[in-house]
Design a protein around this ligand. Structure first.
Ligand code: C2E
Ligand code: MG
Ligand code: MG
Length: 740
């Protein structure tokens, strides 16, 4: 566009302003305005018209381009241009429009404001261009009086400012949102507080120093006082972390943090901030030293950010509480079972040699709890937990269950002796001094399997062996134990299977009267023939059936089989009785007595025909349960025999309490009965039985001499291979037929 062609230039920028926009400028900052026109005069006139103009407290500063191409270059070079006053027609008819495209499309600058100007109305761009490229204004140069120009520039810069504010807000919010996501993944207090400070730094955008402070008690592990502690810092000193704030040796900071804590609100000062973070029971103060004062927008964003920080701060504490609840024992503050398994995982997998993992089980803890109350029980456990930690500082400790503690540590200090030494002195629990002892299960690293759960199982196995051992109160795990266990488990599985497939049999061993020589009855004895046709001895499988509880079902079956057998014998051998052996787990069944009476009634058996054989060991665990049950059964007329008498540990005082009918002299006292001085026990038992008015039956008679000696001693009845071995039901009937 040629100057001469512009017939209205004379009218340009008629001074019609009342100068009221020209305000006092309080700021050194300026707005960069680019004037683009191929007519140099337009540049000077525009500049003149806008001279002294102050927009939003800033003066204008000008850049000049005389072609579209120049304009594009200048815009690329100066990213602080806020407004372009742009001639449309220059080197080409659409040179101005190309500049617009360059700004919006190539440079992606959406914020720069553009005012299009043209000398001739005929060159007006399409309306669509104005809309599409976000053009602030379109004016013919004739329209541009000074007043109109000022108004246009004003409006454009104000709109630039708004866009900039929105952008800054958006960027700030983006930072807050992405910061919040990052922070929310932090579950440790130190990482979280450090993360907050880093996010603060990003949000503020300049150099800052900051400390994140909170009162120690309840926040930092093992700190009990209420002084301010530093949880995180930037720009101060790394060594401050988890130390008291006064270590910073800056009274001003300490004072400000304390004041902020008391006033419970943020304090925004020009050169520092004290930000109050509080949610629920958790409070903290962040002290920030600024290099430049925050803008209003930054302050607003900071408020938003801090709301999120407080929520996160509470969450971190709640998470810690949850973790503590999940992994710590609240009574002793030691790791709990779950955590112990994790520690054992590490024990199993780390490279340290010569390590040991152990369990300590307090003996008879439940008695102490019952007798002295749970409070004393708890105090005792705390005391044990504490004393245990004196073993060695390298050990790790845990409370694994009610009265079981776990330890992992070096083999040279974690020995049975060092563990036992812990219990040499009584423990103080409240007013009480309690002498207690314990059992120990240990497993050395070389025997340990590869996972924590497996190792826990290993030390548990060792502990169970230690508990059963009457001589030593400790046991080390070794692999034979597990082979045995595996064998036992297999046997139990097989037994359960065979029992449910009706593969167990009840055999009968005749019992005879020594006075008449006649069969008086039989002892029912279980037989287990496995699939390969071999018999497994009851001495082997009965303990397994007892251990697994299977004996309860099997025992019921034995009693009902014996009743059936009695029913079969009733017509021809009405005087015969049958004894069955019973085990302790059967007594523990509440329905035990009821079931037996029921079975007898069902089979219409005379109760005195059935005899129950109990061993004296049965009395050891729960004598009262056994005595009560037997008394009820005896009241029904059922007969009771004490089996294997003399081999067990029971006290004679129980003998008096038992409602007995017969004593059985064990084979051990019969075998050598004819040897010099070897009949004394059999004799004593026989005499005792007589004194108590009980019948006495001797078992294990294999030779006639034994029978003769027993007759001399006054024994009533006998059972043994000499007369007959245990036999199946049909053979027993044959045996009876032959005998009669
Ligand atoms: P027990 O009750 O003392 O049974 C007597 C055991 O001595 C039987 O062994 C029997 O076969 C054996 N015996 C009898 N006379 C002689 C003899 O002259 N010489 C020798 N060497 N042994 C003789 P068995 O049948 O192997 O039973 C072993 C134990 O298994 C029984 O000892 C009993 O405690 C238990 N038992 C067997 N059946 C049952 C049952 O149905 N229930 C329960 N709970 N235990 C049972
Ligand atoms: Mg028996
Ligand atoms: Mg016996």
């Amino acid at each position: 566009m040629q100057v001469s062609e512009n017939s209205h230039d004379d009218f340009l920028f008629i001074d019609d302003s009342d100068e009221d926009e020209i305000l006092a400028c309080s700021n050194n900052e300026t707005w960069q305005v680019l004037i683009v026109d191929d007519d140099p005069e337009i540049h000077s006139v525009t500049q003149l018209a806008l001279s002294d103009l102050v927009v939003l407290s800033r003066r204008l500063e000008y850049l000049h381009a005389y072609s579209g191409k120049d304009a594009c270059r200048l815009i690329e070079e100066h990213d602080d241009i806020v407004l372009v006053l742009l001639d449309v027609v220059m080197e080409t008819d659409d040179a101005g429009l190309n500049v617009v495209k360059h700004i919006r499309e190539t440079l992606q600058r959406k914020d720069i404001r553009i005012v299009l100007r043209t000398g001739q109305p005929g060159y007006a761009p399409e309306e669509s261009v104005i809309k599409e490229y976000d053009i602030n204004d379109y004016k013919t140069k004739t329209e541009l009086t000074r007043r109109k120009l000022v108004t246009t520039v004003f409006a454009a810069i104000r709109s630039f400012q708004q866009i900039a504010t929105v952008n800054e807000n958006r960027l700030g919010l983006e930072k807050i949102v992405s910061g919040a996501t990052e922070l929310s993944s932090q579950h440790s207090l130190s990482k979280y507080s450090q993360g907050v400070l880093l996010q603060l730094k990003t949000l503020i955008g300049g150099e800052i120093s900051a400390v994140f402070c909170a009162r120690g008690q309840g926040i930092i592990d093992n700190i009990d006082d209420l002084s301010f502690y530093v949880l995180a810092q930037i720009g101060f000193d790394e060594n401050l972390i988890n130390q008291k704030l006064n270590q910073l040796q800056n009274k001003q900071v300490s004072k400000q943090v304390k004041a902020c804590f008391l006033q419970q609100k943020h304090e925004y000062l020009d050169d520092n901030l004290n930000l109050y973070v509080a949610k629920g029971d958790y409070r903290a103060v962040i002290h920030v030293r600024l290099s430049t004062t925050l803008t209003e927008i930054q302050t607003q964003l900071m408020n938003v950010f801090l709301t999120g920080v407080a929520v996160g701060y509470e969450n971190v504490h709640l998470f810690k509480k949850l973790t503590n609840a999940a992994y710590k024992d609240s009574l002793t503050n030691l790791p709990n079972r779950l955590e112990f398994v994790r520690l054992l995982d590490d024990f199993a997998q780390n490279d340290f040699k010569n390590q040991v993992a152990a369990l300590i089980d307090i003996n008879h803890f439940s008695d102490i709890n019952d007798a002295l109350g749970q409070d004393i029980g708890n105090k005792l456990l705390s005391a044990v937990g504490q004393r245990m930690q004196s073993i060695d500082h390298e050990c790790q400790f845990a409370r694994v269950s009610a009265d079981v503690f776990g330890i992992i540590g070096p083999a040279d200090c974690l020995t049975p002796e060092s563990l036992m030494a812990l219990f040499h002195q009584p423990f103080r629990a409240g007013e009480q001094h309690l002498p207690i002892n314990a059992c120990f299960g240990l497993c050395t690293k070389e025997h340990a399997k590869s996972s924590g759960v497996q190792v826990l199982n290993q030390i548990n196995i060792a502990l169970n062996i230690a508990k059963k051992n009457r001589l030593e109160h400790f046991a080390y795990y070794h692999s034979d134990i597990e082979d045995q266990m595996q064998w036992r488990l297999n046997m139990i599985r097989q037994l359960r299977n065979d029992f449910s497939n009706n593969c167990l049999e009840l055999w009968y061993q005749p019992q005879l009267s020594l006075t008449t020589g006649k069969v008086i009855g039989a002892e029912a004895l279980l037989r287990w023939r496995t699939a390969d046709g071999k018999f497994v001895s009851p001495a082997v499988f009965i303990p397994l059936a007892e251990y697994s509880g299977l004996i309860v079902e099997i025992g019921d079956w034995v009693i009902s089989q014996a009743c059936k057998q009695l029913k079969m014998l009733e017509t021809s051998y009405a005087d015969l009785s049958i004894s069955v052996n019973v085990s302790i787990p059967q007594f523990r069944q509440e329905s035990f007595v009821h079931n037996i009476i029921n079975t007898i009634t069902q089979h219409k058996i005379k109760p005195s025909k059935l005899e129950l054989e109990i061993t004296e060991n049965i009395l050891m665990d729960e004598p009262q349960i056994v005595i009560d049950a037997l008394t009820k059964l005896k009241a029904q007329g059922i007969s009771i025999a004490l089996d294997d008498f003399g081999t067990g540990y029971s006290s004679l005082s129980y003998l008096q309490k038992l409602p007995l009918d017969r004593l059985k002299v064990d084979r051990a006292f019969v075998t050598d009965i004819n040897k010099e001085g070897q009949s004394i026990i059999a004799e004593t038992i026989i005499n005792l039985g007589k004194k108590m008015q009980l019948k006495v039956i001797a078992e294990g008679i294999e030779e006639i001499e034994q029978q003769e000696r027993l007759i001399e001693l006054g024994c009533d009845e006998v059972q043994g291979f000499y007369y007959a071995k245990p036999m199946p039901s049909d053979e027993f009937i044959n045996f009876l037929q032959k005998k009669s």
